[in-house]
Design a protein around this ligand. Structure first.
Ligand code: SF4
Length: 730
């Protein structure tokens, strides 16, 4: 595969255009970081460090539509529940609200209203333009224009000229979907054909109007259909040069007639952005449309060739009704924050990509000799110092640290595999006695088994205080004897599964309350059959010192119990500062040193401390640096349930499970992580985790927490409908 990357790199260097076969081969390749690095190089050559966004508002005038495209969750028939149609006055009011917030663009697309005449649409544009003459109106897809032309019995050129005369500035790129008839005839056979769509944009370009173009992917099309779609766009761009931006639209899977209920995975989104950037050499702009990708993938998209994040949007109904999870608005500050944290320069633009204010570009700097030395050390497998790691944190590109970390990861664990631990979790603070604990465990284990046809690989007893309102205070309230009795019984009841205890602070608390040393406690846990120890997902450890953490883990190791340690990146305001990166790296290094002494640190889990302000690019950098700084430790873990996500209002870095983490978790496997952590089978389906890992190009494997190598491929067992995975001996 590296031959492919080398060949593509050579073509780019020589200014040679990529062929359809090249694009297809890139889609079929698993070299995500390398493809991203090439796309980033092409993007920087075109746009330097600039990332564009605009302050805009989407207004969808109506969802009443004469057509019934199979993938559409937005349209309604007249009189149907949820149908709406804004009056022209309402449209003007909504545009006015946006203008008051500084919008320079109004974006209007909607359904094909069976009773609205062409004059109504013209009046709509004219009214908004008259009220706000300085605002650019981008409106009507080629599908809407075709409908209007037919209703008015005019040609596309005639209606475009009339709309242009009353204020239409440019066309959005919707309605393109997938051009290839094999797909188009299935998902939207009543829509304009590919040729009609392209011809409408050709006519607009010839009238001096610019437009965007889109591609709806992630449904029933294959990679060849995507390449075919992009080729047709590239050809038209060669002819007219009228496209502003290419916008890949990831399929939103709710309420459609196609029976697809999966979101695209981040791996596919990022690869599609990057290949578009490489293939569409005559486009200046590729947009990471956050409304559909989510903020996490959109920000990462800036590393994969995208140079535009769209805009503030404010109200968008089309993808929202189809299951869009990203919210409907992002503030200017938030957009700029995402761009700055990906180490690029935000540039507010108008619709035609003219900067509202001229941005200050940074002078291009060559990497320092110290950074080159640190990179060389990685390449030669030498031990990195804290100073080397800090340099990589401060100065290296995300691709560079990702590339280096993935290489180390491949040496540490079986390359090409991504593991996780399906787990039955017992919160000790939520049970009232040993009997209650055991019957709860039996019931949960049985339920998990019958639901997923798969036994958990790990039984975890979590010592963190309860999060359930009516439950007990902490593990200490039930006592050590109860914990030991539960562990012993677990060993007997679940002989082929690993028994783990979770909770660093819980263990200190327990030792204190029982007035015994942690060393003694560790010995008693080992004697009761506890086989591994890890952090609780419900407790932050940032207030513990490196010394306290290493001491606790080394005492467990001395008792013969392997451990997984959590490392939290902290940044209460606007991303980690240099000292916060330094603290993170020192914690990683302290664990690596412990591993050199005991050999019993199985893995480190990378997460953000609760309430931290950490963006997705920073989290990916943390994963890669943890891998580079922890030579000797088998696994760096991106725990799916603790990956920081961005969608909550104050959710930057909240260490709680958010759905969008699914989109990016398996991408971490390309940046040095080998494992997605313990998955509580009561909360998440192991089958969906396997699908995520597979979708990122890795072979999904199960592990128990104390095993250094992923242990079991269970797909075939599940597919055969076996009650238990046979290799687990159940
Ligand atoms: S995709 Fe557009 S044209 Fe098709 S049904 Fe939905 S609103 Fe109507």
């Amino acid at each position: 595969m590296m031959d492919l990357i080398r060949n593509v790199a050579r073509k780019i260097d020589q200014g040679e255009r990529l062929s359809d076969e090249d694009a297809l081969a890139l889609f079929n390749s698993n070299e995500l970081v390398e493809i991203g690095r090439l796309a980033d190089g092409v993007n920087r050559a075109k746009n330097k460090d600039l990332v564009f966004y605009n302050v805009n508002r989407h207004i969808n005038p109506t969802n009443i539509c004469a057509l019934s495209c199979k993938f559409c969750a937005y349209s309604r028939k007249p009189g149907e529940e949820g149908a709406y149609a804004y009056s022209i006055e309402e449209m003007v009011t909504k545009a006015g609200e946006a203008v008051a917030q500084g919008a320079t663009e109004v974006h209007m697309v909607g359904g094909l209203h069976p009773r609205w005449k062409f004059e109504h649409y013209k009046d709509m544009i004219a009214a908004v333009k008259q009220a706000f003459p300085h605002v650019h109106i981008k409106a009507f897809t080629a599908v809407e224009l075709d409908w209007l032309a037919r209703r008015a019995r005019k040609t596309i050129e005639e209606i475009l000229r009339e709309l242009q005369a009353v204020g239409l500035g440019s066309l959005p790129g919707g309605g393109a979907e997938i051009f290839h008839p094999e797909i188009r005839d299935t998902i939207c056979d009543t829509k304009v054909s590919a040729e009609q769509w392209l011809n409408t944009h050709r006519i607009a370009h010839n009238l001096g109007m610019h437009s965007n173009c889109t591609m709806l992917y992630g449904h029933i099309e294959n990679y060849a259909h995507r390449v075919d779609h992009m080729r047709r766009l590239r050809e038209l761009q060669d002819e007219t040069g009228g496209f502003n931006a290419f916008i890949p639209l990831s399929f939103q899977p709710f309420q459609n007639e196609m029976g697809i209920n999966n979101y695209t995975f981040g791996y596919d989104d990022l690869k599609t952005l990057a290949i578009a950037r490489l293939y569409l050499d005559n486009f200046r702009h590729v947009k990471a449309y956050w409304i559909m990708l989510g903020q996490e993938v959109a920000q990462l998209g800036l590393e994969f060739g995208a140079n535009d994040l769209d805009g503030t949007v404010i109200e968008e109904k089309i993808s929202r009704m189809a299951g869009g999870r990203a919210g409907m608005a992002m503030s200017r500050n938030f957009i700029e924050h995402l761009i700055l944290k990906s180490r690029r320069i935000p540039c507010e633009r108008d619709t035609l990509y003219r900067p509202i204010k001229q941005p200050e570009l940074r002078p291009k700097t060559e990497p320092s000799s110290n950074l080159r030395q640190a990179i060389n050390k990685c390449d030669y497998g030498e031990l990195l110092t804290i100073e080397d790691l800090q340099l990589l944190a401060d100065q290296a590109s995300l691709h560079e640290v990702g590339r280096l970390a993935a290489a180390v990861c491949g040496q540490a664990v079986t390359a090409g595999e991504g593991s996780f631990a399906p787990t039955t979790v017992l919160k000790l603070a939520e049970v009232s006695s040993v009997e209650d604990a055991l019957s709860t465990l039996d019931a949960v284990a049985e339920r998990n088994c019958s639901k997923f046809k798969l036994a958990a690989s790990t039984i975890a007893i979590d010592l963190a205080p309860s999060t359930a309102p009516a439950a007990g205070e902490s593990a200490a309230s039930l006592g050590l004897d109860a914990l030991l009795a539960i562990a012993t019984n677990c060993r007997e009841r679940f002989p082929t599964q690993e028994v783990a205890v979770w909770g660093t602070k819980g263990l200190w608390r327990l030792a204190q309350s029982q007035q015994i040393s942690v060393a003694k406690l560790a010995e008693r846990l080992a004697a009761a059959g506890v086989q591994s120890f890890g952090s609780s997902p419900d407790e932050s450890e940032t207030d513990l010192t490196n010394q306290e953490i290493t001491e606790l883990h080394s005492l467990m190791h001395a008792a013969g119990i392997p451990t997984i340690a959590k490392v939290e990146l902290t940044a209460p305001t606007y991303g980690p500062s240099e000292p916060q990166w330094s603290a993170f790296l020192r914690r990683v290094r302290a664990l690596a040193d412990l591993q050199a002494r005991t050999g019993k640190v199985v893995g480190i889990e990378v997460t953000a401390s609760p309430g931290s302000f950490i963006t997705t690019s920073e989290y990916f950098r943390a994963i890669a640096l943890a891998r580079l700084g922890s030579q000797g430790i088998p696994m760096v873990i991106a725990p799916l349930t603790m990956i920081p996500t961005l969608s909550q209002p104050k959710g930057l870095g909240t260490a709680s499970y958010q759905h969008p983490a699914e989109k990016i978790a398996s991408v971490c496997l390309h940046f040095g992580a080998a494992d997605l952590g313990s998955i509580d089978m009561q909360k998440l389906s192991p089958i969906s985790i396997m699908e995520q890992i597979r979708a990122a190009g890795f072979k999904p494997t199960l592990r128990a927490s104390n095993q250094q190598q992923p242990s079991l491929e269970v797909y075939s067992a599940i597919e055969q409908g076996l009650r238990h995975a046979p290799s687990l001996g159940l």
